[in-house]
Design a protein around this ligand. Structure first.
Ligand code: LMR
Length: 414
């Protein structure tokens, strides 16, 4: 029956974990998947998460019932407040539809399915070049054609703002535009606040539908507020009113997909949310009903455990403060790794400029290595990274910095 089924290629990111596990070398270093490790190269369960889990485990009233299709009510409210801010006009006016969903990917798929069904027929989704590879899996499967907009300049290791604005201005009106809310994956290069304003201007002008993928809130700057800046800027925006060109037009419709994998370390619990910001409150009921129908067919209802933990943290100011401190501990270890790698490359005389290692933010550094050089590092040094030259700084540890720097020097000078 299945004799003709061709074997699919390994996933370019998660497939690296498989290769890494199979590698018997004691030298091996896993800089592939974006998962935080301590400096002792151990996965990290946040202290605040551990405590809540212990409480839940010892509480006889903890049940394992199904959640509603749309997820845990408290979690939905609090997750929306985290991303949009407590003073959000859209939240106050009850224009936001929020479903708890399966972390970033599940939330993206849910929104993609919804847009594929209810956004205008033939709408194209514009993805940054480069972007997280899974974006290219998700949208076409929901029947949405994807194209690229220029995002990154290899030469300067920075956002190609002129190319980006030009491509979004040339895209058909009312296209879907995927934007990384902060800590762009894979490049670690984010627009400046004034560049975000320029992006918003072209989005408004062309009446595009912005979709923010928000997987690293807190990880870019250490501040939840700062990392949500772009989303909040767009959430406050209105479409130009046709006659007056004033700011009194309809609120901009948009979507946000939110993951708690990295910032709460709840990778395997699949904790996240999909938010659709509507122009008027009257449409939220039917939108929610359709999103629920899609979720029911995809996975029925979301998992309870991680969202219960997350909701406790988000609700209690003391736990929240503790969480924020732990996020800052993680993000500052990443910053330290950036500095150490940069210094080691300078000291060992690796040719090229490496300043971008310091200026890029978030979990990843986009080194600027060719696919060939990445494969060389894997074959000769057992260093695993995606072949676009991205390394997870969160997977680098102090004892491996020199080894990595010397291997990079060999790869770029051979
Ligand atoms: C990554 O980019 O490494 C992470 O977002 C994990 C994943 O699912 O790809």
């Amino acid at each position: 029956m299945f004799a003709d089924v061709p074997e699919a290629p390994k996933d370019p990111i998660l497939g690296l974990n498989e290769l890494f596990r199979e590698d018997p070398s004691p030298l091996k270093v896993n800089l592939g998947v974006g998962a935080y490790r301590t400096d002792a190269n151990r996965p990290y369960v946040l202290g605040v998460v551990k405590r809540i889990e212990q409480e839940l485990a010892s509480n006889p009233n903890t049940l394992h019932e199904y959640l509603p299709i749309e997820g845990l009510s408290d979690f939905r409210t609090l997750a929306a407040q985290l991303v949009f801010g407590e003073n959000s006009g859209a939240l106050r006016e009850q224009r936001v539809v929020t479903l708890q969903s399966l972390s970033g990917t599940g939330s993206l798929r849910l929104v993609a399915e919804f847009l594929g069904k209810f956004y205008h027929r033939g709408a194209i989704c514009y993805l940054p070049r480069p972007t997280w590879g899974n974006h290219w899996n998700i949208f076409p499967r929901a029947g949405i054609e994807c194209r690229e907009y220029r995002y990154y300049k290899d030469k300067t290791h920075d956002v190609d703002i002129a190319g980006l604005l030009e491509d979004l201005a040339a895209a058909p009106p009312r296209s879907i535009v995927l934007l990384h809310a902060c800590a762009h994956n894979p490049t670690g290069a984010d627009p400046t606040p004034s560049q975000w304003q320029q992006i918003l201007d072209v989005v408004r002008e062309r009446q595009h539908f912005p979709l923010f993928d928000c997987a690293y809130q807190g990880f870019a700057s250490g501040s939840f507020e700062r990392d949500a800046m772009a989303i909040r800027l767009f959430e406050r925006a209105t479409l130009p009113a046709p006659e007056t060109n004033s700011a009194s037009g309809r609120p901009l419709e948009m979507a946000v997909t939110q993951s708690f994998a990295k910032n709460m370390g709840l990778y395997g619990e699949r904790v996240g949310a999909a938010h659709i910001v509507c122009a008027v409150p009257s449409v939220t009921k039917p939108v929610l009903s359709q999103m629920k129908q899609i979720a029911r067919a995809l996975y029925s209802s979301p998992p309870a455990h991680g969202a219960t933990v997350a909701a406790r943290i988000l609700k209690d100011p003391l736990l929240f403060a503790e969480w924020e401190t732990e996020v800052q501990v993680m993000s500052s270890r990443i910053l330290r790794m950036r500095r150490e790698l940069f210094d080691a490359l300078r000291e060992n005389g690796t040719p090229g400029t490496w300043d971008h290692i310091l200026t890029q933010i978030g979990m990843f550094s986009f080194l600027g290595l060719s696919a060939d050089q990445c494969l060389y590092l894997r074959d000769k040094y057992h260093i695993y990274m995606t072949t676009n030259g991205r390394i997870s700084m969160a997977g680098l540890t102090s004892d491996k910095v020199q080894y990595l720097a010397d291997a990079i020097k060999d790869a770029v000078t051979r």
